[in-house]
Write a protein that binds this ligand. Structure first.
Ligand code: AMP
Length: 418
């Protein structure tokens, strides 16, 4: 079933969204992108005359925590939707069930943070550090048992299930995947956002126009290793940048000063270089760096060769020569995937490389390339530089996007499709 085909009139929909928005110390939302992204789905259901039970997580609470209460976003949700929204202060209480049951056409109920319950993730909490394997197994079994009741309860609120939370699609949680088994094929579907994400990933995986270039940035090789290995089977050019650069540079015998480096990943870096060679992939690394004499925006800076960084200095962005090399590769590409900045883009003085990559992607897109940007930091980059409108698709998923591109079946997607 697709959301466009479904008429929600007189129906109650459980909609799983990703309202995991950043809040400041006064609980003001500092970026409401994720809330706006779910609006088309929510508005369609209201316009049809359906009612909505909204489920989401916020942060990583280990139990009930005021800081992570979804009540902080209630007012803003009402403003965005242009309609009052009720709130259930416990997602599986009698109160929540009664409020859901009483919803009339066009009415909306927001449930409290689903992750206040360990059952949402199905992972035991509060285990002692010295817990034995038996104790761990028993705790896991117990939470899996109670997870069934929890999931059933959430499902009981609604006639149909809509998943619009791409950001958590790689998790087999109660509300993102398990709940779908309580609805038949005609009563479960992706929301509009999820539909768009699935289509964009599909294009990068199955409708590749070449050359295909992936730009992988960020701080650590270790966190991106699986995706890098997988991409080596798919891309023509792989630009590895950001903090990861220096593990490669050091492994190749270069001097990296105080630059960030995972010493135990040097062999892996050499293996990746060899694998790229074997597979005929053009692995592109920076040749120069913008270096700083401290990890700070106000540090003294200079440019130097990436493998000749003086003692006491560290590379915090790529230099102009690398910018040009990266931009040339990007501009000659027809499919582009960008995940992770070229440097510490949070510091204004080290944003230049990430901006140059973003601008080259925009130019390639103008010339007909399909470009997909994903992962919190690269999305922050394109937004910061005002480039979001110039790329083909900006994904709301970080981990979910990378796992999808690795070719993994995402539980949240499988649950709707099966
Ligand atoms: P990740 O979370 O692995 O995607 O990495 C993103 C983070 O990498 C950002 O917070 C950047 O500040 C950081 N980063 C990028 N380049 C460098 C670098 N040269 N040195 C230290 N951190 C970096």
């Amino acid at each position: 079933m697709t959301i466009d085909q479904f008429n929600f009139a007189g129906k109650k929909a459980f909609v799983r969204v990703d309202f995991n928005v950043p809040l400041d110390e006064n609980f003001n939302i500092t970026d409401d992108t994720r809330m706006r992204a779910a609006l088309p789905t929510l508005k369609k259901i209201v316009a049809d005359g359906g009612s909505i039970i909204i489920g989401s997580h916020l942060g990583r609470p280990k139990g009930v925590t005021d800081k992570y209460s979804l009540k902080h976003i209630l007012k803003h949700l009402e403003e965005l939707l242009g309609t009052p929204v009720q709130f259930a202060s416990d997602c599986v209480s009698e109160e929540a069930a009664a409020k859901a049951a009483a919803l009339g056409a066009g009415e909306v109920l927001l449930l409290e943070n689903l992750r206040f319950y360990a059952e949402e993730e199905g992972k035991p909490r509060g285990l002692a550090d010295d817990a034995t394997d038996e104790e761990k197994a028993a705790a896991k079994k117990a939470v899996k048992e109670s997870q069934k009741e929890f999931t059933k309860k959430l499902a009981s609120y609604a006639d149909c299930y809509v998943n619009d939370a791409f950001g958590t699609a790689h998790r087999a949680h109660a509300s993102t995947a398990l709940i779908a088994q309580y609805f038949d094929k005609d009563h479960k579907m992706f929301g509009y956002l999820m539909e768009k994400e699935v289509k964009a990933v599909d294009k990068v995986l199955n409708d590749i126009h070449r050359p295909f270039t992936a730009i992988m940035g960020g701080s650590k090789v270790s966190s991106k290793i699986e995706i890098i290995e997988n991409l080596l089977n798919k891309v023509d050019n792989l630009i590895i940048t950001g903090g990861m650069t220096y593990t490669f540079t050091k492994a190749l015998g270069g001097k990296i000063g105080l630059s960030i480096c995972e010493d135990d990943k040097q062999d892996l870096a050499l293996e990746l270089i060899q694998k790229a060679k074997d597979k005929g992939v053009n692995l592109v690394l920076a040749t120069d760096a913008k270096i700083a004499d401290s990890f700070s925006n106000d540090a003294n800076t200079q440019f130097c060769k990436v493998n000749e960084i003086p003692d006491g200095w560290e590379g915090l962005d790529i230099g102009p020569e690398s910018e040009k090399i990266f931009a040339d590769v990007i501009k000659s590409s027809k499919t582009i995937l960008w995940n992770g900045p070229t440097g510490v883009f949070e510091f204004e003085n080290f944003t230049h490389g990430s901006r140059a990559v973003g601008e080259a992607i925009v130019e390639a897109t103008k010339n007909g390339a399909f470009s997909l940007v994903g992962g919190g930091d690269s999305v922050a980059c394109v937004n910061k530089f005002g480039l979001a409108g110039g790329v083909s698709y900006v994904s709301t998923g970080g981990g979910a996007l990378l796992e999808a591109i690795e070719g993994k079946v995402l539980p949240g997607i499988a649950a709707i499709n099966e």
